[in-house]
Design a protein around this ligand. Structure first.
Ligand code: GDP
Ligand code: MN
Length: 383
């Protein structure tokens, strides 16, 4: 789950990382009022779940309240990478002497958290990563022990020779690693971490991605979810307990179990098709879930065929079949449906599905996928 910069800043602040103050606003008038309260120069920052806001014109410095209001009216409502800006963060502007980069991410390959640090932080870090990867220091640390002081100092000195600032950077880095673990983040990033003209180290930007699978441990963080950033389909899927990820192929997939869903998508690819989505209807599928699944999939005009691949264990095939009959009735879908049901109550399911038009039954996975790919092609899907 993504959270906004102002929310990530709170997490950093709670862990003792120096961050500037500031407030969030959604109208130019509020921005003006906040700027008056803060006094002096302010920075106005678009709060959207996207990086590169600076380059897109979503981060602007204003000399005072009037200019702040003007800039806020330009930023509010603008689109950055397809996302509409509904809120801005207004914070005191700082004078920058240097911009560094600090990040911690999960390195799945190594099975460890990975620190990345660079002296060349700021808005061009992606380019630095590509053109001069040696300018980024990488260091894995033991999540059980945490990042130890000597490791933090080594990394800090690799990006800042001055002892005073290096000590501050090391302290920030250790706190960043603690915060990363404490909230079960998949990414915690400060870009830029700055040295001010006064020689202080401050986190000027904050980015935290949370691991969805650990959110149950953090109800206060789960509440930070910004529903304005979710598509209605994604929201409905989540509310009904479906894991749904939209892709851009032409074969809608309805599968029970994440592993089987992955295998099904692989097989679709293997037989020359492209999956339109990942969808796991979960273990105990009630008919309502199947109806929701069909509704969400058929919202996508690219979908040319729907493939059901259900392995009945706890999930009962007859439940899925009932849901399918109900969905066909309610949504009046015209798309061809290929269905492979096997396992618990398979015979009952077949009985229920007999006589439903537009359904193509299949017994093996290979057969089901091949049929779905062929049907999608014959109905005009570009595979
Ligand atoms: P991003 O582009 O989405 O990563 O947004 P950032 O928060 O990183 O801001 C982009 C750039 O704006 C930073 O790299 C800074 O150069 C600049 N910036 C942001 N806040 C301030 C500030 O308080 N003072 C100054 N002088 N520049 C700032
Ligand atoms: Mn940034």
């Amino acid at each position: 789950m993504n959270i906004h910069e102002y929310q990530a800043r709170e997490i950093f602040r709670a862990h003792g990382i120096p961050v500037p103050g500031g407030e969030v606003a959604s109208t130019p008038e509020e921005v003006e009022a906040i700027a008056s309260r803060l006094g002096g120069r302010v920075v106005i920052k678009a709060q959207v779940h996207a990086g590169g806001r600076g380059k897109a014109g979503g981060v602007k410095l204003a000399t005072g309240p009037a200019e702040a209001r003007e800039m806020a009216s330009a930023i509010l409502g603008m689109e950055i990478k397809g996302l509409t800006v509904l809120k801005v963060l207004v914070a005191p502007a700082l004078d920058i002497a240097h911009e560094y980069y600090l990040g911690v991410a999960v390195d799945r390959k190594a099975g460890l958290p990975l620190i990345m640090a660079s002296r060349e932080g700021g808005i061009d870090i992606e380019e630095v990563a590509v053109t001069r990867p040696q300018a980024i220091v990488r260091h894995h640390f033991d999540p059980q022990a945490g990042l130890r002081a000597f490791e933090a100092r080594q990394i800090a000195f690799a990006i800042e020779p001055d002892g005073k600032q290096a000590a501050q950077i090391a302290a920030v880095l250790q706190k960043l690693c603690v915060a990363f673990a404490a909230v079960d983040a998949s990414l915690a990033e400060i870009n830029p971490l700055i040295k001010t003209l006064d020689g202080e180290i401050v986190a000027l930007d904050a980015k935290v991605n949370l691991d969805d699978n650990a959110l149950f441990r953090h109800p206060e963080l789960a509440a930070l979810r910004d529903r304005s950033t979710e598509t209605p389909d994604e929201e409905e899927a989540r509310q009904k307990g479906l894991s749904f990820i939209k892709l851009d192929g032409e074969i809608g997939c309805v599968v029970n179990g994440a592993g089987l869903a992955m295998a099904t998508m692989d097989l679709v690819k293997h037989f020359g098709g492209r999956p339109a989505n990942f969808l796991d209807i979960g273990g105990s599928s009630d008919p309502e879930k199947v109806v929701t699944a069909i509704k969400i999939i058929t919202h996508d005009p690219k979908v040319k065929a729907i493939l059901f691949n259900i392995f009945g264990g706890i999930t009962r095939c007859d439940d899925v079949a009932r849901g399918l009959v109900e969905a066909v009735k309610r949504t009046q879908i015209k798309l061809p449906i290929v269905i492979r049901l096997t396992g618990t109550n398979e015979a009952e399911a077949r009985e229920i599905l007999k006589g439903v038009s537009g359904l193509t039954p299949a017994t093996s996975m290979d057969e089901a996928v091949q049929k779905a790919v062929a049907l999608a092609k014959s109905t005009g899907g570009a595979a």
